[in-house]
Design a protein around this ligand. Sequence first.
Ligand SMILES: Cc1ncc(COP(=O)(O)O)c(C=O)c1O
Length: 405
Amino acid sequence: MSELVREIARRAKEAREVISEYIHVTPLEESATFSKMSNARVYLKYENLQKTGAFKARGALYKVYKIKDEYKGIVAASAGNHAQGVAYAAKIFGLKAVIVMPETASISKIEATKSYGAEVVLAGRVFDETLQVAKRIAQEKGYYLVHAFDDPDVMAGQGTIALELLEQAGDFDSVVVPIGGGGLISGIASVLSTEKPEVRVYGVEPAAAPKTLISLREGKPVRVEPKPTIADGLVVKMLGHYTFQVIKETVSGVYTVEEDEIAHAIYLLLERGKVLAEGAGAASLAAIIHGKAPVRGDTTISIVSGGNIDLTHIYRIILRGLARAGRLARITGFVPDAPGQLRNILDIIAKHRGNVIGIYHDRTSENLPAWNAMVTITFEAPGREAINAILQELREKGYEFWVSL
Ligand SMILES: Cc1ncc(COP(=O)(O)O)c(C=O)c1O
């Protein structure tokens, strides 16, 4: 085992002493539903219930504690949970905080960060520009710039999760952890490979930002341009120097998940678990239930790392989730523009217990077939079979409809 891994594990113990006053020991619970879906015994570690809504407060608190006597203030560049973690830590230890966020940051994240008393500066359209501004402010003011992941103290702070797991869980075989810059997984894997080396630690990242998979293949941190993803907390172009080393040494496998799989996991956590997770927070469960991480037969732990999701995203995810489960459908078709036609269609939907919640009826667009209207109907349904039966009966009665959601 490398000195780095040993040192992070050692510091994690110190971090726990320092930060325990300011954070929650988050619950660890077994899920019968997800266990059944995955042929494994699945536990969820609810870091979405952590102070600030994500695990990030852990690493930030420990780092700020360590530098608090040398600096009057701290700076961070972040559009997400790191911003809130650092702002919270600064408030706890009485330091000033300047958080630089990209100009595109959501109002809810800006407001949440300000609520901890931090000054928010909006700068840069891409993250690299934001970071440059943060570096300049740190230099001008003599403040300390807290890195989001590539710092052994930050990694050790995140590793306190693993110390909790060792106390909360009985025996377990594996832990599945989302990877952004790799601070979270590095902390957890360092502690477990020191304290319980038989446990396998698996990493998960979006297929849209596969920097870890590619870096491990190439044997060095590689810069990978990310595509947009619902798991915005996992969008990092390149792993850090330290995080790459630790991941290479301690992580048993890294797997990617698709956008649909992440959205499905968010939906299931909400519907079945009554748990609100953000995309990054649901990624590890997505890998488990969609058979990406090799945990079949394991007692495994999914780290639900955060719950700070924009409400506009949830709305779309719920709609998609309901559609996927056959509980909501939107169908579109051409209908002869004559009295009684729409009623026939609505009767068929009602017969199969569809509950119409929206109708869009277009009879004026130029590209419609002659004497036809285009109709889009959204309805709640008891399941996929009912939707298929509705489409089938519509077809039998001469109406050609297709699913449009
Ligand atoms: C909710 C959530 N999960 C996971 C991660 C990834 O953490 P790391 O960058 O330490 O790999 C982040 C990072 O911001 C996050 O906000």
